[in-house]
Design a protein around this ligand. Structure first.
Ligand SMILES: CC(C)(COP(=O)(O)OP(=O)(O)OC[C@H]1O[C@@H](n2cnc3c(N)ncnc32)[C@H](O)[C@@H]1OP(=O)(O)O)[C@@H](O)C(=O)NCCC(=O)NCCS
Length: 200
């Protein structure tokens, strides 16, 4: 199956939010009582207005133009003492359930990495599935001696240098992403947003 990856456009916004919602298991996830979960479709919506990088908001479409997947990047930093190094974060990454395991996620990640290099970004750091991302070259962030905002490391916290040695100067530093990913902080807002999706 041919998969084309292109920039997200305004006309795609609702479709992309629906795909994100479906990929992350809504509304079942709410019915199962996982109300503390972070509402990834709201994150996508919000990232378009702040902290997201629209030059790295990409959709994957089939030959007939049906959009089946999406990825978005955002601005983040690694801080060490009084230094703040800009890095890329990405997520959510979503593939419509019926189109998973046919290479859509991989196509989005490869294209995102290629474009990020062209745009001169130095490194990507993010939280994600440790069983999925290493195949694309991501390593645990502890390899670069960078911890999360609270000072911890674990397999889901991963990194990739796009320029060799880029993270060296913040070795021992901590990683800070947009507060859009903070589900505690945004809980009421995201619940209100979710009500506009009729199948909830
Ligand atoms: C995770 C996700 C993005 C993967 O996208 P995808 O298009 O299904 O994955 P690909 O077809 O590119 O997978 C390529 C390979 O990665 C591996 N892989 C795919 N999904 C995986 C998963 N969930 N766990 C572990 N390995 C996985 C497999 O080896 C696969 O090859 P195979 O199908 O030949 O075995 C997609 O399943 C999804 O949207 N899931 C729900 C939302 C989510 O979890 N997003 C990521 C949050 S970090």
């Amino acid at each position: 199956m041919e998969i084309n990856v292109r920039l997200e456009e305004e006309k795609d916004y609702l479709r992309v939010e629906e795909i994100t919602r479906a990929a992350f298991g809504y509304p079942d996830r709410i019915k199962r009582g996982q109300i503390g979960c972070p509402y990834e479709h709201w994150m996508v919506h919000e990232l378009r207005h702040r902290d997201g990088i629209m030059a790295l908001s990409l959709v994957a479409e089939l030959e007939d133009g049906t959009i089946v997947g999406h990825i978005i990047c955002s601005n983040a930093v690694v801080k060490k003492e009084n230094q703040s190094l800009p890095v890329l974060n990405f997520g959510p990454l979503s593939v419509l359930p019926e189109y998973q395991r046919i290479g859509v996620g991989g196509a989005l990640i490869h294209t995102m990495i290629g474009r990020a290099k062209q745009l001169d970004y130095g490194a990507i750091l993010f939280f994600g599935r440790p069983e999925y991302y290493p195949q694309f070259g991501f390593k645990e962030a502890k390899v670069y001696e960078i911890a999360d905002a609270e000072g911890y490391n674990y397999p889901a916290f991963m990194a990739m240098e796009l320029k060799e040695g880029y993270l060296k100067e913040v070795c021992g530093g901590r990683y800070f992403e947009s507060n859009i990913y903070d589900d505690e902080r945004n809980r009421e807002t995201v619940r209100a947003f979710d009500r506009k999706f009729t199948n909830g």
